[in-house]
Design a protein around this ligand. Structure first.
Ligand SMILES: [Ca+2]
Length: 382
């Protein structure tokens, strides 16, 4: 298992392909649910705090990500709950928020059960398959649109590469895997999902309370309507699907217009992805991973257990019967990357520091390898 950083740029359940593909995969409403949805929608609209919000709900086509609204408005007010009041007190104390304003805000937050469902761990019988995952992201549409995005954003990609040392194809591939180049960046109200995951999820509550805190700070700093921002079911925002904490720490204003805008500005999204990777140890000009051979699968087990942080030289790996198919610098730290394939044999690679850096973006070896392979394909076709 990959380590679990406290601050990934984006958050997704590793068993699912990405926040967005998960949204698509779970978009189809169950037959008969539409009537319930409509009934609840009326309640939701009546309870909506702002007129524009109500209009957005009403305009949204029945079904799809709007299913997140199906249970809205049912739960008791968050403002009445002790743990929310404790959180609010912390925001007042640490950041000077006004208590009555925050309580009023939380009284309008709607619990989102879809977010809870989509962030739940996969069932134990679920068998992950790298082959299946890979085919979802190296698809013709993502490749074709990736080449177009690269062409259209070439100047910003070059500028980001100069400034942060991250090559264009990696940045393009990350934005492609995350949101299909901004086409699908999530329709969940970020305040609702972060509050739900912070106070109603059985796991990672501390992480999401931290992101909720960051989101409130981000909204205040950016003078945003805190109810207006939409994102993934886990609260990731914009073309690069940054969590609020990552926006505040790593996002950059690449086009220099005075705003950091990840929801609509490809330049800032590009710069921010490169900035994030640079801050997480990306090494300019170094490889991402190597293909490898091995003598016996059983000898690999201790290296799988050692995790994905690169720490072994190629000479040390040779003691486990491993050799690289390509030349490797003798002092380069490497990790064994195992990619399960359902009931078939896993795929194995040697991950270098830059592979590890991509897993800081999304803590999944499947994710990092898909980004790398998409990047390589795009670079080859260009
Ligand atoms: Ca900007």
């Amino acid at each position: 298992m990959s380590p679990r950083p406290s601050t990934p740029a984006s958050f997704s359940n590793p068993a699912r392909s990405s926040p967005l593909t998960a949204i698509i995969a779970h978009a189809a409403p169950a037959a008969g649910a539409v009537r319930v949805l409509l009934a609840v929608l009326v309640v939701a609209i009546a309870a909506a705090p702002a007129g524009t919000e109500a209009k957005q709900r009403a305009r949204r086509p029945a079904g799809a990500p709007a299913a997140s609204a199906a249970t809205a408005g049912i739960a008791a007010s968050y403002a009445d709950r002790a743990e929310v009041r404790t959180f609010v007190a912390g925001m007042v104390q640490r950041h000077g928020f006004i208590e009555s304003e925050l309580l009023e805000l939380f009284s309008s937050v709607q619990r989102n059960d879809e977010a809870l469902r989509l962030t739940a761990p996969p069932p134990p019988e679920f068998k992950r398959s790298w082959t299946a995952y890979r085919s979802r992201f190296l698809d013709p549409l993502r490749i074709r649109e990736g080449l177009r995005f690269w062409r259209e954003q070439e100047l910003w990609l070059e500028l980001a590469a100069q400034r942060f040392g991250v090559p264009p194809e990696i940045v393009v591939a990350i934005i492609g895997v995350e949101t299909l180049y901004g086409r699908i960046s999530g329709d969940f109200r970020v305040l609702d999902v972060l509050t739900t995951l912070a106070f109603d999820a059985p796991r990672r509550a501390d992480y999401f309370r931290g992101e909720l805190e960051q989101y409130l700070l981000f909204s205040r700093e950016s003078a945003l309507d805190v109810f207006s921002v939409r994102g993934s079911y886990a609260g990731a925002i914009g073309l690069p699907q940054f969590m609020p904490g990552s926006i505040r720490r790593f996002a950059v204003d690449l086009d220099g217009d005075g705003d950091v805008e990840l929801r609509s500005d490809p330049a800032d999204a590009i710069g921010s992805v490169a900035s994030f990777l640079a801050a997480h140890g990306w090494r300019s000009g170094e490889p991402v991973r190597f293909e490898m051979r091995f003598d016996s699968e059983t000898r690999l087990a201790p290296l799988v257990d050692a995790g994905i942080r690169p720490q072994f030289t190629i000479a040390e790996l040779a003691a486990y019967g491993i050799s690289s198919n390509e030349p490797v610098s003798p002092d380069m730290p490497l990790a064994l990357i195992d990619l399960p394939n359902g009931d078939a044999a896993p795929s194995y690679y040697l991950g270098a520091q830059n592979f590890f850096a991509i897993t800081r973006y999304n803590r999944s070896s499947f994710y990092a390898m898909a980004v790398y392979e998409l990047a390589r394909r795009l670079a080859a076709l260009r």
